[in-house]
Write a protein that binds this ligand. Sequence first.
Ligand SMILES: *Cc1c(COP(=O)(O)O)cnc(C)c1O
Length: 378
Amino acid sequence: MSITLSDQAHAGIHGLHTYVPGKPIEDLKRELGLTSIVKLASNENPFGTAPAVKRALAAFASEGGNDLHRYPDGNGFALKHKLAERHDIEMSRITLGNGSNDVLELTARVFLGPGKNAVFSQYAFAVYPIVARAVNAETRVVPALGAEADMPYGHDLDGFLEHIDENTGVVFIASPNNPTGTWLAPGAIEAFMDAVPAGVVVVLDEAYLEYQADSERPNSRAWLERYPNLIVTRTFSKIYGMAGLRVGYALSSAEVADLINRVRQPFNVNIVAMHCAEAALADDDFVVYSTETNAVQRASLSQELEARGLACLPSQANFITFDCGRASTPLFDAMLREGVIVRPLASYEMPEHLRVTVGSEEENRIFLTALDAVLAGA
Ligand SMILES: *Cc1c(COP(=O)(O)O)cnc(C)c1O
C-alpha cells in the first residue's frame, strides 16, 4: 500500500476546502472580454482607500521607500501607540495582524488544538472553521436563529452556551456577522459574557462595527476591563478601504496579548501597511463619509430589493443578503455576464441567497439594472 501525501496531512485538514474569495475583477474581464465591471462581492469600500492613506503612500514612495530594505518594527510601536490613544488602552493589550484574519488564526493556535473545540454559529464567517480545523480542533456549529426570527439567520447566544463544554477553547462571535449582516444587541453580548466560563476565550469579531448605528454599537472596549477572556478584533480592510494592504488588530487583556504574540510571526505586518494604517487613523472624515453614505445606500438598496419581492436580511453592515426564492448560483452566473459580481452563498449553506456589497449610488443602480435583466430572463 502506498501512502499519498494527502494521507500524511493531519485529520483537521481533510475537513477543509480552500477558501473561495469574491471573484476578482481581472478574472471576469479575461473570461468574458468585458471592460466595465462592478464588483460588489467582497464588502470592500466603494469609495476606495481613505485619502489620508493615499497621501501617506505617495509620501512614502517619494521618500524613496527609504526603509523597505529594513525589516518592519516587529513590535509595531508607532501604530500601536496611535491605537492605544484611540482606544484608551495600554499598548501591551494590542496585537497587530496581517489583516484581522491573522489575529483569528493566531488565537486559534494559542487556544485550540487536538482535544479542544471551537464554537461558532451556523452561517458565520468562513474563516472560523478554517483556523480551528487547521490546528486539528473540533468545530461545533451552533444552529442559527430561524428564518422567522426577529434576527433571521442570526447568532443564537443561548444555543452557544449549550455547545460550550470543558474542552471549548474559543468561541467566535461576529457582530455584525458576515455573510448575514445580522448583529447582536449589546446587552445580549454582555449577558453572554457573564454566562461564559472564565476559561473560555471569546473572540468578538467587529469587522463591520463602524457601519452600525450608534444606538446598536456595543462599547466592547469597556467590556475588556471586566472580561479578561474577551478578544475584540477590528480591521482596516473595510471602513478605511485597505483590504489590499492587510492590517487588523486585536484588543484583549495583556495576558492574552502576550500569549498570542508568542506564536506571531515576528514581522507579520509589513512596513507600508503599518505606515498607511497610522495615516488612516487620522482620516475621520472618510469614516464619516463612508458610514453615512453606506447607511443611506443600504436603506435604498434593501427597499429596491424588497420591492422586487426579494426578502432582505436585516443588516448593520456594508452589505445586504437577500433571498432569491430559488437557487441563487445561476443568478450569480447570469449577473457575471452582465458585468456585475456579487456573492453566491451556497458554500455557506444558503443556496437561495445572494450577498451584495452596498456600493456607490451608481454601482447600486448598475447592480439593480443587471438584476432586473437577469430576473426577466430567468
Ligand atoms: C472582512 C471580514 C474580516 C476582515 O478580514 P481582514 O483579514 O481584516 O481583511 C473579519 N471578519 C469578518 C466577519 C469579515 O467579514
